[in-house]
Design a protein around this ligand. Structure first.
Ligand code: HEM
Length: 363
C-alpha cells in the first residue's frame, strides 16, 4: 500500500497528465468494487465481510482452506439464519442452510433453480456438454430424459448379479494383499471402475489383475486436465465471464478419442451380434436411441457420464469408508455382524433386497 502510494505520488509529481486520469480510474474501480460488495447489505441478507479483490474466497484461492471448510465456517457463524450471502470474488452468491428451503429448491421450485454454476461450451467440450451435472437448460432436460430410463429400480436389480461378481473378484483381490499396506482410495477406485465398466459395457476392466489397466488409466486422465484447463475451471466457478474466453477443452483429446472409439466399436460389434448382447447400461441407451433421436455423440457422452460419475464419486465415498472402518475395529465388527446376520437369514446370499435392510450400513 505504502509502495503504491509512493509510486502514485512520484507519478503525480513528474507526469501529472498521466497520473490524474490513472488515479481517477483507480478511485472509480475502488468505488465500483466497494459498491458491489454492498449487494447483500442492500438485500438485508447476512454475509461475512468480503476482502477487496477476492470477495469471500481469499482463503480458498490462496489454498489455505478448502471451499467446504469456508462453507462450514459460514454455516456455524450464522447458526440461526436460513441462508447466508457471500461473494464468489465479485459475484454475489447465496448458501442456503434451512433444510425446508433446500428441499423446496431441489423439488417443488426446481424449475427456477435447474441451472449449473459451470457453463460448458458444446463446441469446445462436445461430450462433457451433455453431462447433466454440467449441462444447463434444454440440454440438461434432454440428457436427463435420456439417462433416467436406464436407472430404474428394476434396471439396478437386473445389474445386481454383475455387481455381485465384481464384488467377489474384489474379495479375492483383497485376499491376495493381506499383510500389505493399501491405499484405500486406490483400491476403492479399482473396485468402482471395474464395477461401472462391467455394468455399462459388459467388459472386464482388468482393474484387479493389472495395476494400471486401461480403464483406470483413462479414469485418471479424465481429471488430468492441462494447466490452462485448470485455470479455466477455476474461472468457470469464480469468474464465469472470463472462462468463456479461454479456448481450451476440459476433456483431454486422448480421453475424447478413447471413449469415442470404445463406444463406436461396441456399437458395431453389437449390431453384428443382434439378439445375444448383454442388457447393460450402454445397451439400454441404444434401445432408447430411436425414441429420443439420440446422436452417436450423445450416446458416447452418456457412456462417459456414467463412467465418470460411476467410479469417482463412489470411490471417494468407499475409500473414506474403508479407511474409517480400518481405523475403527468396533464399528467394523458391528457392521460385519449386521451383514452376516442378514446374509445368513437370506440363505447365504447378499442380494438387492437384503441391501435395502442394512440399517447400520445406511446410518
Ligand atoms: C457415492 C456416490 C455418488 C455421489 C456422492 C454422487 C453425487 C451426486 C451429486 C451431488 C449430484 C448432483 C450434481 C449436480 O446437480 O450438479 C449427482 C448427479 C448425478 N449423478 Fe451421482 N453420485 C454418486 C454416484 C453416482 C453413480 C454410481 C452414478 C451412475 C452410475 C451417478 C450418476 C449421476 C448422474 C447421471 C447425475 C446427474 C443427474 C441430474 O443432473 O439430473 N452418480 N451425483
Amino acid at each position: 500500500m505504502l509502495m503504491s502510494s509512493l509510486l502514485l505520488g512520484g507519478l503525480f509529481l513528474h507526469q501529472p497528465l498521466v497520473a490524474v486520469p490513472l488515479i481517477a480510474l483507480v478511485a472509480l474501480l475502488y468505488w465500483l468494487v466497494k459498491h458491489n460488495y454492498k449487494f447483500w447489505e442492500i438485500e438485508g441478507v447476512p454475509y461475512p465481510k468480503p476482502s477487496l479483490l477476492t470477495g469471500n474466497l481469499g482463503p480458498t484461492l490462496s489454498l489455505k482452506k478448502h471451499i467446504s471448510e469456508l462453507a462450514s465456517d459460514w454455516y456455524n457463524a450464522y447458526a440461526d439464519k436460513p441462508f447466508v450471502g457471500y461473494f464468489k470474488i465479485f459475484t454475489p452468491a447465496i448458501m442456503v442452510k434451512d433444510p425446508v428451503l433446500v428441499k423446496n429448491i431441489l423439488t417443488r421450485d426446481f424449475d427456477c433453480f435447474a441451472n449449473n454454476d459451470i457453463l460448458m461450451d458444446k463446441h469446445q467440450d462436445p461430450l462433457l456438454a451433455h453431462n447433466p451435472t454440467l449441462a444447463t437448460g434444454d440440454r440438461w432436460k434432454r440428457s436427463r430424459a435420456m439417462l433416467t430410463p436406464s436407472f430404474t429400480g428394476a434396471k439396478i436389480k437386473q445389474l445386481f448379479p454383475v455387481m455381485e461378481s465384481v464384488a467377489d473378484a474384489f474379495v479375492t483381490f483383497i485376499g491376495r494383499q493381506v499383510g500389505q499396506e493399501l491405499e484405500a482410495k486406490e483400491i476403492a477406485a479399482r473396485f468402482t471402475t471395474q464395477n461401472i465398466v462391467a455394468c455399462t459395457f459388459s467388459i472386464d476392466g482388468d482393474c484387479f489383475a493389472e495395476r494400471e489397466s486401461e480403464f483406470r488409466r483413462m479414469g485418471r486422465r479424465v481429471f488430468d486436465t492441462s494447466h490452462l484447463a485448470t485455470l479455466k475451471m477455476m474461472m468457470a466457478v469464480f469468474l464465469p465471464t472470463v472462462a468463456k474466453y479461454i479456448p481450451v477443452p476440459f476433456l483431454l483429446k486422448e480421453v475424447d478419442e478413447w471413449i469415442r472409439s470404445l463406444v463406436a466399436n461396441l456399437i458395431i460389434q453389437r449390431s453384428a451380434a443382434e439378439g445375444t448382447v448383454e442388457e447393460d447400461l450402454l445397451q439400454s441407451f441404444l434401445k432408447n436411441k430411436e425414441k429420443s433421436n439420440a446422436t452417436q455423440t450423445e450416446i458416447t457422452a452418456h457412456a462417459l457420464t456414467i463412467f465418470l460419475e460411476g467410479f469417482e464419486t463412489s470411490s471417494n465415498v468407499l475409500g473414506f469408508n474403508l479407511y474409517r472402518l480400518a481405523k475403527s475395529p468396533e464399528v467394523q465388527q458391528k457392521l460385519y455382524e449386521e451383514l452376516k446376520s442378514k446374509i445368513d437369514a437370506n440363505g447365504g446370499r447378499l442380494d438387492f433386497d437384503v441391501m435395502q435392510q442394512l440399517d447400520y450400513l445406511d446410518w
